[in-house]
Design a protein around this ligand. Sequence first.
Ligand code: ADP
Ligand code: ZN
Length: 518
Amino acid sequence: MRQALDILQNLFGYPAFRGEQAQIIAQVAQGGSALVLMPTGGGKSLCFQIPALMRDGLAIVVSPLIALMQDQVAALTEQGIAAACLNSATEPEAQRRIALDARSGALKLLYVAPERMLTPRFLEFMAGLDISLFAIDEAHCVSQWGHDFRPEYQLLGVLAQRFPAVPRIALTATADPQTEADILHYLGLTDAPVFKSSFDRPNIFYQVIEKHEAKKQVLAYIQREHSGESGIVYCLSRKRVEEFAAWLAQNGITALPYHAGMSHEARDANQRRFLREDGVVMVATVAFGMGIDKPDVRFVAHVDLPKSPENFYQESGRAGRDGLPASSWLCYGLNDMVQLTQMILNSEMAQLQKQVELSKLDAMVAFCETAACRRQLILAHFGEAGQSCGHCDNCLHPPVTFDATLAVQKLLSCIWRVGQRYPASQVIDVLLGRSNAHVQQAGHDQLSTFGIGKEYSQRAWRSLVRQLVARKIVEVDVVRGQSLVLTESSRSILKGQEKIFLRPLADDSRAKAGSAEQ
Ligand code: ADP
Ligand code: ZN
């Protein structure tokens, strides 16, 4: 049997193992099972590829993404390793050849989609093979808490029952404690060791800013901090991708769009330029990035709020793979939260799934509004304790909180006075004493709260609303016109029983004009 290090050096061409790779490989090569929690780019693939080469028989790799399967098989084949994949696109003739090679022992690794693996025919086929191990990639798909739940993954527990002697290695880059527990449970790994790498990315500097004119803000950020460097700008929609790419290009930045609505050729061409040229900024939807391995991405900017901490971590984690300083910049406003909430509620998801998505969105908003270390918060989300990082925006410029009780009371009374039936924009107009058509029509210029909040700008009030939403002191009713509504916790503040401290509101001097979010 060839040794692990020998395979790593001579077949894969790397001098040494990274992190816990050596221990994981030893565990599986000796016939044990394992759960591997490792961030994207950490090197999970070798953890099952090397044991597959060390053990007799065929390794079966379950993977949900055809594109990633094909990439891995192509890379292995190039290194002279006998690997193949079976998916919905495989021709019958190729299928027959793969089956023959699997039986004869000519094949070392076979990648299969989970739904195919679970067909009675395939289970029967596997029963006749000498199987070295099962690798279950993207194992978080088993969990409803994951961001990518796939019901068929839960059925993979059948492998433990049918093939109790075959080692199983489950791998994922998602590591919140609930997902971890689900993987162990559904895949029958409760007795297996868990190898958890740190999710810390000490070379990434996190910053979050309040959105007012996202286009100008992201341009200023790139010019100020990353002029001439490679980066990714993530947008929520295809339309915004087009707009932001055009805007940045007009302003002298080599920016290219990437989204699923473009032709294959155009997307591939842009991706190639991003990978090969220096200083290209890819403006993309989240469709971009999976399997992209570019080490010197210096920044990842989000001009819209990501939908969960997992998504944010993955996307921002594409910066600084080379270990050199890199930055994550997120620009967020109340509308982002409202829009994402609406998307979740209007989606086809089951009720429970919607609740999970909403709670992840809450965690994301809390990340944006925190006054504490951002890295610490992200790591805590992945079940990891950590020190303050010393170089995120909050560590560098600790926000001084102030007693905002009076301002909060004004806002809450105003929400109450307008009957909890109006959106933030109108509530704020009333506070500022703006007698526009909407306000007059509703008779809100006659309210006792009309004009009681002139000491703050519109932006300051929006900042206050966001902080209260993040703390669940106010809610946005997205079903009924995005109205601001009071919650249980509003009451004690309104009664003056509780003081509330907030981060400073927006810089008033800059914001008198009170531009809206864009
Ligand atoms: P993951 O699946 O965890 O996202 P991959 O398995 O795709 O990560 O590995 C990410 C990159 O790191 C790949 O280019 C891989 O070849 C490389 N890599 C993995 N292990 C090592 C190692 N021990 N030394 C050097 N490079 C490695
Ligand atoms: Zn910090």
